[in-house]
Design a protein around this ligand. Structure first.
Ligand code: PHB
Length: 391
């Protein structure tokens, strides 16, 4: 017969053992990250840069975020919106990921946001600018480490009118959410400062047959042309624009996607182009210098804006995990940690808006010597208006 004291002691020992076994199991649980990115097609290089950036941050933390090992699951989304629900569900249902990270293409990202909402999965968007994601589709579990399509476009509209003194412009884009929203943002900035958009031209995504458009631009003779293209399409457009002899007569502008990660392939044709973006070459901050050194040591090329956004997606997840003491299932704490994070980004420090979109500086850059060199800060701390977000 054990005494009451002995029984209490035994119970205490059993409780301690169970608790330490529990926290041991908890510490051993990996956080499952589902990377849904384009690894083929016109945006393939962008997807790879995002993955490289994300992994670089995790590697710098010894493969763990807030003490939790990270396990990756990957899907090539092919920048195909029709396949987005199936691809996202494969990660959520089959692989049971804790967090979805993706993607580049706005149409695909909107499909991911729907899956994230329906399944209540944490989602971090490391590029796609679809305004709706931090607008009507905004939700506590949805974050973006990049930009809204409105942001760099609006900044360029203001620069084109105010600094460059242009009165008229023609816009050209791929016909899908990102292009349409980019044109709308440019128009808002440009026309608020007295400019006028004469014509909005477009081609289907990811078409790169630009000759008919270039002929039309030449006959419209605007003061300026604003375009949204990225990746392989941006390389082709910039080369075709110069080859058509337009570059020296009608200045070409765009959000920085036009010249980020593309300059080597664009060569001479890109020289002198002015673009606006939340990243630039030659930023004077220690974080960027360290990031560039680490990235180029691993990948033999310099990082671009996509690599930065991937790196910061990992930083954002780390902030959430730290706030939850590593417990990814503690959603409230994770969300609070992410929403209030001050991210020390290579782009400069930024915070999250109420709609979970970065509030950040937009730089004016000029292509010189194969780089997007910083000219000045076009608009400081620019916050997306988050139209339609109720949160
Ligand atoms: C988008 O679809 O939102 C998108 C794609 C490529 C970019 C920027 C935005 O470089």
């Amino acid at each position: 017969m054990k005494s009451r004291f002995q029984r209490t002691l035994l119970q205490f020992a059993v409780t301690c053992l169970a608790a330490s076994a529990g926290s041991f199991a908890h510490a051993q649980d990996k956080v499952k990250v589902g990377l849904m990115l384009p690894f083929t097609g016109t945006y393939a290089a962008l997807g790879t840069a995002i993955e490289n950036g994300f992994r670089l941050y995790v590697d710098e933390q010894g493969g763990k975020l807030a003490g939790r090992e990270i396990e990756f699951f990957k899907v090539d989304d092919e920048s195909d919106p029709a396949k987005a629900p199936e691809n996202a569900n494969r990660l959520v249902k089959r692989d049971a990921v804790d967090v979805l990270v993706g993607t580049v293409h706005s149409g695909v990202a909107m499909g991911m946001a729907k899956v994230a909402k329906d399944s209540d999965t944490l989602l971090i968007v490391p590029n796609a600018g679809a305004d709706a994601i931090t607008g009507p589709l905004c939700a506590p579990n949805i974050f973006r480490s990049s930009f809204s399509n409105w942001q760099p476009a609006y900044a360029m509209g203001v620069v084109a009118a105010d600094r460059q003194k242009h009165k008229t412009a023609v816009t050209v884009t791929w016909k899908y959410a990102a292009g349409d929203e980019s044109v709308r943002g440019f128009k808002e900035g440009f026309e608020s400062k007295g400019g006028k958009v004469l014509r909005e031209l477009n081609v289907p995504f990811p078409n790169v047959e630009f000759q008919a458009l270039l002929t039309e631009i030449a006959s419209l003779k605007p003061d300026a042309v604003y375009v949204f293209f990225a990746g392989g399409g941006a390389v082709k457009f910039v080369r075709d624009y110069a080859a058509a002899g337009l570059k020296n007569t009608i200045p070409l502008y765009g959000p920085g996607f036009l010249t980020d990660g593309t300059l080597e392939a664009q060569g001479e044709a890109a020289n002198g182009l002015l673009t606006t973006l939340h990243y630039a070459d030659g930023l004077d901050n220690a974080k960027d210098k360290a990031f560039r050194a680490a990235y180029s040591a691993k990948h033999t090329i310099q990082p671009d804006v996509y690599a930065v956004q991937g790196y910061d997606a990992a930083q954002l997840l780390a902030a959430g995990l730290q706030a939850a003491n590593g417990d990814i299932k503690n959603r409230d704490a994770v969300v609070k940690g992410m929403a209030s994070a001050q991210i020390m980004s290579p782009r400069g420090e930024f915070s999250m808006s109420k709609a979970h979109n970065p509030v950040q500086d937009f730089y004016l850059r000029e292509v010189k010597n194969g780089q997007n060199q910083l000219v000045n800060v076009a608009i400081e701390n620019l916050e997306d208006p988050a139209r339609g977000c109720r949160m």
